[in-house]
Design a protein around this ligand. Structure first.
Ligand SMILES: C[S@@+](CC[C@H](N)C(=O)[O-])C[C@H]1O[C@@H](n2cnc3c(N)ncnc32)[C@H](O)[C@@H]1O
Length: 277
């Protein structure tokens, strides 16, 4: 079936608005071609040939929203992305936290976890740290708005580009924490037992009485406008313990935003102690 190629402006705008309404992601009009490309296959799967009919489906069938979110989000990630922050995590954050919180459990949050490589990177480092400090305890929450990527993380099964990166940079950890399985690698039960995957929309408050000591909110703020970034950062701040560490992505910065975090070094911020809970 041929899908229409000339789409009226009102339909384009309405679909870009849907992205914002369901994810908080701000897509300017010039992003239409990107969105169109992502939605095309979904129209084909639903045997629709007009984008405005897809809009009607989105309105009439709330269960379509999940597929829409899976399509419109950008989920690129990798193990130990941005080596500098992992050096800091290993050399400074883990030893510092352990010195100051004997007996407690380190609470970590991968707040836009995608397929889970970031969360399992934290888990591998925590496991290594535990080998040197048997009393060390930790747990990791990995959240994302997109159900499809979370399913990959939950399964803990990786192949292709993702696993190639780990094989190249830390082959000994791949052998230690993953089991070869058919054409990929499965995270060990030990690693998986420390990571809980859950759907969560960053523009909403995280429920429960969580108090995260370290939060990775990486390569997701870039998709929101300034108001959205402030809203997300306030929600994240509320879920963190005073003095907790926030790590962001390389193309992101909080310096212009007054959001209750102090700059510590590029990409690394600390939740202010005195800020209201
Ligand atoms: C580019 S990936 C970043 C993954 C990982 N943090 C990293 O830096 O490698 C961005 C992720 O943010 C998620 N995301 C986008 N909007 C979100 C929202 N409103 N709430 C939660 N997650 C969101 C996407 O689904 C995607 O998996």
């Amino acid at each position: 079936m041929d899908i229409e190629s000339e789409i009226d402006q009102a339909t384009q705008r309405a679909l870009l608005d849907k992205v914002r309404r369901h994810t908080g992601i701000h897509m300017a009009d010039r992003k239409w071609t990107l969105l169109q490309g992502r939605l095309r296959r979904r129209l084909q799967a639903l045997a629709l040939n007009r984008y405005r009919d897809y809009l009607a489906v989105l309105d009439a069938q709330p269960e379509e929203v999940g597929s829409f979110i899976n399509l419109v989000t950008t989920n690129e990630t990798s193990f130990f992305r941005t080596p500098r922050i992992w050096d800091h995590f290993w050399q400074q954050l883990l030893p510092e936290w352990f010195r100051q919180h004997r007996g407690a459990t380190l609470q970590l949050w991968s707040a836009a976890a995608s397929t889970g490589e970031e969360a399992y990177s934290m888990a591998m480092m925590c496991e290594e740290f535990r080998e040197h400090h048997p009393a060390f305890k930790y747990q990791i929450l990995a959240t994302d708005i997109a159900s499809q990527v979370l399913a990959v993380g939950k399964a803990g099964f990786y192949q292709g580009k993702s696993i190639e990166g780990l094989k190249r940079t830390r082959p000994e950890w791949l052998a230690k924490y993953f089991q070869p399985s058919s054409d990929g690698y499965l995270a060990s039960p030990m690693l998986r037992s420390h990571v809980l995957f859950r759907e969560h929309h960053l523009h909403k408050r995280l429920d429960g009485a969580s108090r995260f000591d370290i939060t990775l909110l990486r390569n997701v703020l870039i998709y929101f406008d300034e108001e959205g970034q402030c809203n997300v950062l306030e929600n994240v701040r509320r879920a963190m313990s005073p003095g907790g560490v926030l790590i962001i992505g390389e193309s992101e910065s909080l310096t212009r935003l007054n959001v209750g975090f102090d700059f510590e070094q590029p990409l690394i911020y600390r939740r202010q102690e005195g800020a209201h809970a």
